[in-house]
Design a protein around this ligand. Structure first.
Ligand SMILES: Cc1cc2nc3c(=O)[nH]c(=O)nc-3n(C[C@H](O)[C@H](O)[C@H](O)COP(=O)(O)OP(=O)(O)OC[C@H]3O[C@@H](n4cnc5c(N)ncnc54)[C@H](O)[C@@H]3O)c2cc1C
Length: 415
């Protein structure tokens, strides 16, 4: 490890690896730092189809195609009564290659991205923890302080620090930029199963989102390779973790309350411990400064519902890297240049947030909405695919916002 680089990228997740790959490819001397030993376990296994484009840019598509990862061609929803919706087939909306995506073991997927960053010239160091960010009184960043794998604490200088430290969100925490999203104060409890039942044909690799009765929580059902299925439950933080039940007990209770899971779990065996993540939804009110920029979860995270996290991380890594490379060319690494991509990203991602809020409005029914407004089926599938960065991507909300507001008002009237 040298004492100085053009760019230091913190975090060996999708955001950090994408950013490090592209700034290194752009000709900047780049250091990528990860505190864990790579490969490392991570939640977040289901990709959105639009991941295809950043993966293509990174030269990863052929590797993904020849990997063992499960192919994902659709998303399905199972209601609180156990009724299954017609699958949303990505290909029906867009018959190109990008309509097949993947369910990934994150340790393997993130390692592939890490190796790619190294191939493209980034100097990649795992087991190296960033202890502090060097910021002057004007919040101008000049590098980081790290503890290396052999325990040495040292300062490394750089022109730019790209913070892809995930939920640790080092810079946002240091500068007080994080804002909770009170309506999304959720927790997730999940585990892994062997031999859980899969659907046939094109639906075999589908992500299935299943409500429990009374919609107090929902489950993700993500078929991974080697006949392992990731099955996770999400609900309000207090409901999941603060009602006098241990997390495993709550998980078991919710499994029993989920009609969609009963037949799928017959003959299946849990093959891992129960994992917990809580209060993971937040946003930041500033995303870049002089010599620093936030990417991926370090910028913000909405909710696991539509599997948008890895896609957002890749897109942010890509867009921020372009801004950094252009900044080096123009000799401008100020806040304005490094945040030049943020407004466009926020506009697109806000559509996913709206879709999440609609799902958590118990009285609102997507099936009912589509029955009344079948012309929006394609627009909704676009959002589930992650196609959110074009004019008109949010057209559905002209009709859906009033329908959600009506459902909320009906709830208030009833109570
Ligand atoms: C319950 C749950 C389920 C989810 N399911 C999905 C899903 O199905 N699909 C999906 O797309 N997304 C999902 N997500 C979101 C997804 O996990 C994240 O959005 C995604 O991993 C973000 O990538 P990232 O690169 O920003 O951060 P991460 O992948 O978290 O990577 C950040 C890295 O930074 C490292 N780091 C942290 N601090 C330091 C430090 N001080 N020094 C050095 N390194 C450091 C960490 O070890 C980590 O490896 C889920 C999230 C949750 C909470």
């Amino acid at each position: 490890m040298k004492d100085s680089y053009d760019v230091i990228v913190i975090g060996g997740g999708p955001a950090g690896c994408a950013a490090a790959s592209l700034v290194a490819e752009g000709g900047q001397s780049t250091l990528l730092l990860e505190r864990e030993s790579v490969p490392r376990f991570h939640v977040g296994e289901s990709l959105m189809p639009e991941c295809y484009w950043p993966l293509e840019r990174l030269g990863m598509v052929d590797r993904m195609k020849s990997s063992k990862f499960t192919k994902k061609k659709s998303v399905q929803f199972v209601g609180a009564s156990g009724r299954t919706s017609a699958p949303f087939y990505f290909e029906q909306n867009d018959p190109r290659d990008n309509s097949t995506t993947w369910q990934v073991e994150r340790a393997d997927f993130d390692k592939m991205l890490w190796d790619r960053a190294s191939e493209l010239g980034a100097d990649c160091h795992d087991e190296t923890r960033v202890l502090d960010i060097l910021l002057d009184d004007d919040e101008r960043c000049s590098g980081v302080k790290v503890r290396t794998t052999d325990g040495e604490v040292k300062t490394i200088e750089s022109e730019v620090v790209m913070d892809g430290s995930g939920q640790s969100s080092l810079i946002a925490n240091k500068l007080g930029l994080r804002e909770d999203i009170p309506s999304l104060k959720k927790a997730a409890i999940w585990s892994y199963y062997k031999n859980a039942k899969r659907d046939e044909g094109d639906n075999a690799g589908a992500t299935i989102v299943m409500h429990t009765i009374e919609k107090d929580s929902w489950f993700w059902y993500i078929p991974l390779s080697d006949d392992i299925t990731s099955i996770g439950c999400v609900g309000d933080n207090d409901y999941m973790l603060k009602q006098g039940m241990k997390s495993e007990e709550r998980y078991n209770v919710e499994l029993e309350r989920c009609p969609g899971l009963q037949s799928r779990l017959q003959g299946a065996e849990r093959c891992d411990k129960v994992h917990v993540a809580k209060e993971y939804s937040y946003w930041t009110h500033r995303h870049a400064g002089d010599g620093w920029v936030l990417i991926g979860d370090a910028f913000g995270f909405i909710d696991p519902l539509y599997s948008s996290g890895v896609y957002f991380a890749l897109v942010m890594g890509e867009r921020a890297a372009d801004a950094v490379n252009a900044g080096f060319q123009k000799n401008d690494l100020g806040a304005g240049q490094l945040s030049s991509w943020c407004e466009g990203f926020k506009q697109g991602s806000s559509l996913i947030r709206k879709l999440v809020e609609a799902f958590y409005t118990k009285e609102f029914s997507f099936a009912g909405f589509l029955k009344d407004n079948p012309e929006f089926q394609g627009n909704l599938t676009d959002l589930l695919i992650g196609r959110i960065f074009y004019d008109g991507a949010g057209n559905i909300f002209d009709e859906m916002d009033p329908a959600v507001a009506k459902a909320q008002a009906e709830k208030v009237m009833a109570s």
